[in-house]
Design a protein around this ligand. Structure first.
Ligand SMILES: Cc1cc2nc3c(=O)[nH]c(=O)nc-3n(C[C@H](O)[C@H](O)[C@H](O)COP(=O)(O)OP(=O)(O)OC[C@H]3O[C@@H](n4cnc5c(N)ncnc54)[C@H](O)[C@@H]3O)c2cc1C
Ligand code: FES
Ligand code: FES
Length: 455
């Protein structure tokens, strides 16, 4: 039996750990303010806020309840739109959506309010841009976003610039009810959790729940997030080691990573959405073996090694064909490590998709490069969307090594990159378009990327 606190109530759901929280909310708990749209993590209508006990108190983030197994909520605080007030009053965001006409049919509104509340509760900084950024996983099909921006602006501009305790400030301002202050103590008083772990392995669930939600609903999945040891990013100065269960959010917020690669944060903003980044893991991205997996592409350029319990292999040898891996059926990827680059090394990552945000790439690529006096001292280039799996462009990298970076060298590198790939025409673009994108990206890495510009 698992237990958690849903809004202001201790609950003991009697269901499989794999049941999506969205289904429990709407079918079993009677909380129908959380809406069901796509069931694929794409629309944000089902957004809830999940509070997990952490070292600095409860850490809140917005997540898609359609991809969130209920077993993951054990011992946590689940907040839905119904939990933001205790009576009929509106929160400041709800009131400003009303005042600014930011809601027409209203279907997307609960999800948007939850994303904004998740931002208030969990983001490092509070500004109009961080609040708007928190809506990158919420789609509105009828109002449009100008009115939403007006509503967000009017609320954020009223928040005090300084406060000592964020929770107290948010209660004072009416964004959350006073019961939030009791949650940390009450979570500790829940009975010990017993989550059955017998079936499919789930990390963030943002891939497996998209295609196997019905099957998982009745299963008791094994949750990788319960393994605390593989949720950290550490470095000993020579090697950086990233636990396979580290989320995209953790990766984006890590000081170890941003110190080495200041531009990566901007690239990671284009990977999925706030709700998906809260859950999606680095290990899941590598193992799901999508040909356009953004994190796998980046780690290929970083010369990453994959660690399983009994062995290690270079990431560049892991992919054997389309969704074909050098991995045994029950093997678990535990860590990904890469050598700390020499000072002066630059990581440049690019992604072109049909939409700027919340879309998967047509073509993506990464380049790790060190140039001294215009001569390439070290380089590794990888690309996605141009082969059946994330591809290391070994020929292009070998060609560039030791060469002076001139227009002739750059043009030749683009041609070699083209000769190494075999893209197919599909919904993300024709073969010719993808080749042109790759050429443009290799050129951009070798020109603007070298100036350490965030591309
Ligand atoms: C709306 C949406 C947008 C997305 N946008 C992007 C995007 O922009 N870029 C991108 O690259 N991807 C994107 N994705 C895909 C997905 O989020 C990522 O691939 C993510 O990294 C998958 O990780 P996960 O932890 O959620 O994997 P899960 O769904 O938990 O697992 C995927 C598979 O890998 C296995 N697995 C997971 N971890 C391990 C491990 N450590 N060892 C062994 N097996 C393991 C699981 O058993 C499962 O079979 C998006 C997905 C959604 C729903
Ligand atoms: S229902 Fe669309 S993101 Fe969950
Ligand atoms: S108000 Fe109708 S979908 Fe946003």
């Amino acid at each position: 039996m698992i237990s958690f606190i849903c809004n202001n109530r201790e609950v003991f759901p009697d269901c499989s750990g794999g049941l999506p929280v969205l289904d429990w909310l709407r079918a079993q708990s009677g909380l129908k303010g959380t809406k069901e749209g796509c069931r694929e993590g794409d629309c944000g209508a089902c957004t809830v806020v999940l509070g997990k006990p952490g070292i600095n108190g409860i850490e809140y983030s917005s997540v898609c309840s359609c991809l969130l197994p209920i077993g993951e909520v054990a011992g946590c605080h689940l907040v839905t739109i119904e939990g933001l007030t205790t009576g009929i009053e509106l929160t400041p965001f709800q009131q400003s959506f009303y005042d600014e006409a930011a809601s027409q049919c209203g279907f997307c509104t609960p999800g948007m309010i939850m994303s904004l509340t998740g931002c208030l509760l969990g983001s490092a900084t509070l500004s109009v841009s961080s609040a708007m950024e928190s809506l990158d996983g919420n789609i509105c099909r009828c109002t449009g976003y100008i009115a939403v921006k007006r509503a967000v602006n009017s609320v954020i501009s009223t928040l005090p610039a300084e406060w000592e305790n964020r929770l107290e400030m948010l209660i004072e301002e009416g964004h959350i009810p006073a019961y939030f202050t009791s949650i940390e103590k009450r979570l500790k008083e829940l009975p010990p959790q017993s989550v059955r772990a017998e079936d499919s392995l789930v990390a963030g669930g943002t891939d497996i729940y998209v295609h196997s939600s019905d099957k998982l609903s009745t299963e008791h999945p094994r949750f990788l997030s319960k393994e605390k040891s593989i949720k950290q990013i550490v470095t000993d100065g020579k090697t950086v080691t990233i636990g396979a269960a580290v989320t995209f959010k953790q990766l984006r917020e890590s000081a170890v990573i941003s110190d080495l690669f200041p531009n990566l944060e901007k690239f990671l903003l284009k990977v999925s959405s706030t709700q998906i980044r809260s859950r999606a893991t680095v290990g899941g991205n590598i193992v799901n073996a999508s040909p356009i997996a953004d994190i796998a592409i980046t780690f290929l350029a970083l010369k990453a090694t994959l660690c399983f319990s009994e062995r290690s292999i270079p990431l560049s040898e892991f992919y054997l064909g389309y969704k074909k891996l050098d991995m045994l059926p029950d093997e678990i990827l535990t860590e990904i490590s890469f050598p700390t680059p020499e000072p002066g090394t630059i990581l440049s990552s690019l992604k072109v998709a049909k939409r700027e945000y919340l879309d998967i790439a047509s073509v993506n690529s990464s380049m790790l490069i060190r140039v001294e006096e215009n001569v390439v001292i070290a380089v590794r280039i990888s690309a996605g969307g141009v082969a059946p799996f994330p591809l290391l462009l070994t020929g292009t990298s070998e060609y560039l090594m030791g060469r002076t970076l001139s227009e002739k060298t750059i043009s030749e590198a683009c041609s070699i990159a083209e000769s190494e790939v075999s893209p197919i025409s599909d919904v993300r673009g024709s073969k010719k378009y993808k080749i042109n994108l790759l050429r443009a990206q290799v050129r951009a890495h070798l020109t603007r990327g070298l100036s350490n510009e965030a591309l």
